[in-house]
Design a protein around this ligand. Structure first.
Ligand code: DX5
Ligand code: ZN
Length: 233
């Protein structure tokens, strides 16, 4: 590779979807203590994706349990009527899907107008060109490495090539490249080498069910990614 890129900070974002919903506040505090950088919040509507998770009121209830960044991933359509509620609930990043509606610019502009960082996500079958027209409006690209809707699915390898393409497309811009779905230490190195700097992980973080286990699990992903980035562990 001849092109050089300024690396964005390495971020591990545990997905609360894989936590024990009967004790959400405790789980948020546990991953915070275990070294999470962002808290990834998967919002599903049973329409855009074939599953229903939680909405703004549940996120609002989690908010007092950590000062870490709330990274909301909206798998909902339409999304525009709900953006303000997610902003008010305490989300710092609001990511919408490029496939979720016909007016992507409007959604991203609305997120920024609410004072939040705007992200765009693309499903595994959506080409990277879908984000080409909105590069000036985004702070984050979320590349899905599973079809959204459920945790615990197998990693789709074609995401790695898409991340390289997103990196080339966003070079020189202050845009985080996040990957979501089936992320575990075994693929984190390849994803980091391709250009991902933010790693969402649900099952790979929450397995074990204790703060100690979460700490070990987060460190394993971080170390694999850091090594591929040539950073000290
Ligand atoms: C899938 C969600 C993911 C999911 C990841 O629709 O967007 O954030 O929770 O879970 P794992 O890491 O188990 O694939
Ligand atoms: Zn997600």
């Amino acid at each position: 590779m001849t092109q050089s890129f300024t690396p964005r900070p390495l971020v591990i974002a545990p997905s609360i979807l894989a936590s024990d919903f009967s004790k959400l506040g405790e789980e948020v505090r546990a991953v915070d203590q275990a070294g999470a950088d962002w808290i990834h919040l998967d919002v599903m509507d049973g329409h855009f994706v074939p599953n229903i998770s939680y909405g703004p009121d549940v996120i609002k209830a989690m908010r007092p349990h950590t000062k870490k960044i709330f990274d909301a991933h909206l798998m909902i359509s339409p999304c525009d009527p709900y953006l303000e509620a997610f902003a008010k609930a305490g989300c710092d990043h609001i990511t919408v899907h490029a496939e979720a509606g016909p007016h992507l610019h409007r959604s991203l502009q609305a997120i920024r107008a609410l004072g939040k960082k705007a992200g765009v996500s693309i499903n595994p079958a959506t080409p990277v060109s879908a984000i080409e027209c909105v590069l000036d409006l985004i702070d984050l690209v979320l590349v899905m490495s599973v079809n959204p809707g459920f945790g615990g699915q197998a990693f789709i390898r074609s995401a790695i090539g898409k991340i390289s393409d997103v990196r080339a497309m966003t070079a020189g811009r202050p845009i985080d490249i996040e990957v979501d779905g089936g992320v575990a230490p075994d693929v984190a190195g390849q994803l980091a080498a391709a250009g991902a700097n933010a790693f969402v992980a649900g099952s790979a973080v929450f397995k074990g069910g204790t703060v100690e286990a979460y700490k070990t699990n987060i460190a394993a992903i971080r170390n694999a990614a850091a090594a591929a980035r040539g950073e000290a562990i």
